[in-house]
Design a protein around this ligand. Structure first.
Ligand code: FNR
Length: 366
């Protein structure tokens, strides 16, 4: 099918499945174990219903917002996903160019296929990039990465905390990662074992001893806002704020780590409540990723307290299918959807989107 036929984010998935090599499809699409969390991530949105308000002047709808101090065209960013060159010869650079065109933020992954310098080098004027960090057992390497990111103009440090060990993604493991040299796909020169899929091949350097005491050290080596990516409970949200982080991403790594971890959107209300109860909700930004596929998903997350949401797989699928044009179209579809939802909900600006517009009767904690 050609690009004009893509009507929503799901459409790109089908195309990607047919154009990707089996090992690339397995790496991108897989989740941990029985993929219960992977499915739940999107399904959880189905339990949240909307309470639309009428008779509001919605002639003009303004989706723009400010994330970590950066103005952006909508409360959506492209999150970090490893190994972009499995899907497209230009790798994550495709996402950089498309983000610039759509004026949204891109989070650069530690395990990008392109070099970090290539991705910051491709940045347009006024474009904002964040950096996702996997903490290396060798902290000197980590320190160098972080300092270099800051010096290169990156505006936020997102430390991944949900992966002290990589989850078992069996679809991926069955493919026995067979790229001639995985090191050609990533900058990192970690030692690899190739018998258990792409994920395991590239992740052996990650430090499982990472703990709360390390936040202070990160604070001492960078002035960038520090956020923890992969917080999954209200308790840890409160601890992150107490330890001086500037925010968190409620995320279960796209269902690729702990199966039966809750979806970010499901725990968002209790997280916001806990932060508020402790007086920690000011100057602390909560993000959500996992299963965001529709404008209504974005709206629901914002209503329940998120500053913004990340998309992972949809961007990879659009990139693999149609390159830059595909990702631009994907984001445009989500923009068009969000604009329509905001109009039909009676919320002309992001600030008008409120918790009371969501019917939460089907959410666990209520
Ligand atoms: C990821 N994710 C991820 N997260 C991270 O912190 N570091 C990484 O290197 C990767 N790599 C990665 C690869 C692939 C193929 C996927 C699908 C995901 C997790 C990612 O940042 C995000 O949490 C999820 O992708 C969000 O869920 P959706 O949008 O894919 O449903």
């Amino acid at each position: 099918p050609n690009l004009e036929e893509m009507l929503n984010s799901f459409d790109f998935e089908g195309v990607a499945k047919s154009v990707l090599k089996p090992e690339a499809w397995a790496y991108y699409s897989s989740g941990a174990d029985d993929e219960i969390t992977l499915r739940e991530n999107h399904n959880a949105f189905h339990r949240l219903w909307l309470k639309p308000r009428v008779m509001v002047d919605v002639e003009k709808v303004d989706m723009s917002t400010t994330l970590l101090g950066t103005k952006t065209s909508m409360p959506l960013y492209i999150t970090a996903t490893a190994l972009g060159k499995l899907g497209h010869p230009d790798g994550e650079k495709v996402l950089t160019l498309a983000s610039a065109e759509q004026d949204i933020i891109q989070m650069i992954p530690t395990l990008a296929s392109c070099s970090f310098n290539e991705l910051v080098g491709a940045r347009a004027q006024n474009q904002t990039q964040w950096f996702q960090l996997y903490v290396n057992k060798d902290r000197a390497i980590t320190e160098k990465l972080v300092r270099h990111a800051e010096a290169s103009g990156v505006k936020g440090l997102f430390i991944t905390v949900d992966a002290p060990q990589l989850g078992r993604r069996e679809k991926d493991m069955r493919q026995k990662y067979s790229a001639d040299d995985p090191e050609q796909l990533i900058e990192s020169k970690a030692k690899v074992t190739r018998s258990q899929g792409a994920a395991r091949a590239i992740s052996t350097f990650i430090d499982p001893s990472l703990n709360w005491n390390d936040v202070k050290w990160f604070r001492s080596i960078t002035k960038m806002p520090i956020l923890l990516k992969g917080v999954q409970t209200a308790e840890d949200a409160v601890l992150a704020a107490r330890h001086g982080c500037q925010g968190i991403v409620l995320s279960n790594h796209g269902g690729r780590q702990l199966d039966f971890a809750p979806s970010g959107i499901e725990i968002l209300p209790e997280v916001m409540e806990a932060l508020k109860a402790e007086g920690l909700d000011k100057n602390f930004e909560v993000y959500v990723d996992g299963g965001i596929r529709r404008g209504t998903d974005i709206f629901k997350a914002i209503a329940l307290g998120a500053k913004g949401v990340g998309i992972g797989r949809p961007a990879l699928y659009a990139m693999s299918s149609y390159g830059v044009d595909g990702v631009v179209k994907l984001v445009q579809l989500l923009k068009d959807e969000l604009e329509m939802v905001m109009r039909l909900m009676g919320t002309p600006t992001v600030a008008d989107i409120k918790p009371e517009m969501i019917d939460m009767r089907n959410i666990k904690s209520h």
